[in-house]
Design a protein around this ligand. Structure first.
Ligand SMILES: *Cc1c(COP(=O)(O)O)cnc(C)c1O
Length: 403
């Protein structure tokens, strides 16, 4: 698998044969980009004229709400916004984030020291290890999990310790299963609820356990809360920072991407412990130059304006979820009904062959669970980022297959 990643470019240099690019060793540590194979299979089907139903992408199909787009347009016309932004984010944006955290979670944040603007939460997730992880240090990351927990660690030359998320443990890491030696040598712990890809939510008491564990072992907690607003059936997702003591041990990465259908805009926030944030900020100061001010203005509009657009999006996802879950159950599959996120995590025998069959015989794209880590084997992820009619069509196509 690793070979698909190797360069095929050959370069001849002043008569001596050189093979370029000469990648650094850490590049070979990166996991193979398995999704490239799915893209290839998808392209082959498209070339044949197959009508593809893409349930693979974790990217809302719904547009960014109109009032947010209007806010960007007017801010973009103001020359004041054409300069380099400040590294940490505009004071007004950081205040809007602090206000939103207060209103939404009851978490009090100091906008000046406990909020940092990000170019999407991926920015923070990818760079935090650079600030706190020495070569050889452990980082505890869920498997399956958002792939950047792993790659951010590998770029910092840290070691990833997988915390398996299984159906038996409710897709929640069992902290007492982490070997003492690993816990002692760990610097960071990633948690992510509501969870991508399993769609699980944090059970009561879990965040409390995480705070105690982090205190005991001096570990920094990074809570990835990208899906807190995409919830159903009256479920309300908490922030990790609601827990007493969380502010001393951790930060939370959040984002406007999933909440307001703004994945392309690249804006998010890291909030929480100010010393941890200042480490992340120091790395970022040397890597990027902040978020376009006009985008920050639009984000202020999103966070402080009416939230009906968020509710409307959840209603749409909820209907899609119900159609997909009912359809899959009717086909004989068995899985819990997600309370949050726009994913369905389906148990199957062999994820790669299941995905290949769906794609090659029914024109349906789903994501193989193993792409999110070894413990994702035996599952595929469906994203309900397509209209109900397409989801119904996918179920009908699956009915014709021998699954
Ligand atoms: C989408 C996603 C993110 C990152 O989104 P940004 O667009 O970078 O804010 C982070 N974590 C998880 C689990 C995600 O699914």
């Amino acid at each position: 698998m690793q070979t698909e990643f190797l360069p095929i470019v050959k370069y001849y240099y002043s008569g001596r044969k050189r093979v370029l690019p000469m990648y650094a060793d850490r590049m070979s540590n990166l996991p193979p980009y398995l999704f490239a194979r799915i893209d290839e299979m998808k392209a082959a089907q498209q070339k044949k004229g197959v009508d593809i139903i893409d349930l693979g992408v974790g990217d809302p199909d719904l547009p960014t709400p109109e009032h947010i787009v209007r806010s960007l347009c007017s801010a973009a016309k103001d020359p004041e916004n054409h300069h380099y932004p400040s590294y940490a984010g505009m004071p007004a944006y950081r205040s809007a984030v602090a206000d939103w955290y207060g209103k939404r979670f009851g978490v009090t944040l100091d906008a000046g020291s406990e909020v940092l603007a990000l170019m999407g939460s991926k920015d923070g997730i990818a760079h935090i290890a650079e600030a706190f992880v020495n070569p050889g240090d452990y980082v505890l990351a869920p498997s399956p999990g958002y792939p950047v927990y792993r790659t951010g660690t590998l770029f910092a030359e840290g070691k990833v310790h997988d915390m398996p998320l299984t159906r038996e443990n409710g897709f929640v890491p069992v902290l007492e299963d982490i070997p003492k030696k690993v816990a002692r040598a760990a610097k960071l712990l990633y948690i992510n609820y509501p969870n991508n890809p399993t769609a699980a939510v944090a059970p009561d008491g879990f965040y409390r356990e995480v705070v105690d564990f982090a205190r005991e072992h001096d570990i920094i907690v990074v809570s990835d809360n990208a899906y807190s607003e995409i919830t159903f059936d009256g479920y309300r997702a908490p922030s990790f920072l609601e827990i007493a003591g969380a502010m001393e041990v951790g930060i939370e990465m959040h984002s406007l991407s999933k909440t307001y259908n703004m994945t392309g805009w690249r804006i998010g926030m890291a909030v929480g412990n100010k010393d941890i944030l200042s480490g992340l900020g120091r790395v970022k100061t040397n890597v990027d130059s902040g978020v376009f001010n006009a985008v920050q203005h639009a984000a202020i509009t999103a966070l402080s304006g009416p939230q009906t657009c968020v509710k409307d999006a959840c209603t749409i996802y909820e209907e899609r979820r119900d159609v997909l879950i009912a359809g899959l159950r009717d086909l004989g599959f068995d899985m819990p009904t997600p309370k949050a996120t726009f994913y369905v995590w389906l148990p199957v025998d062999d994820c790669m062959s299941f995905v290949a069959k769906l794609l090659n015989e029914a024109g349906i794209v789903a994501t193989p669970g193993v792409g999110f880590g070894a413990s994702g084997e035996g599952y595929v992820r469906f994203a309900i980022t397509r209209p109900v009619a397409r989801i119904k069509e996918a179920i009908e196509r699956m009915r014709r297959l021998d699954l």
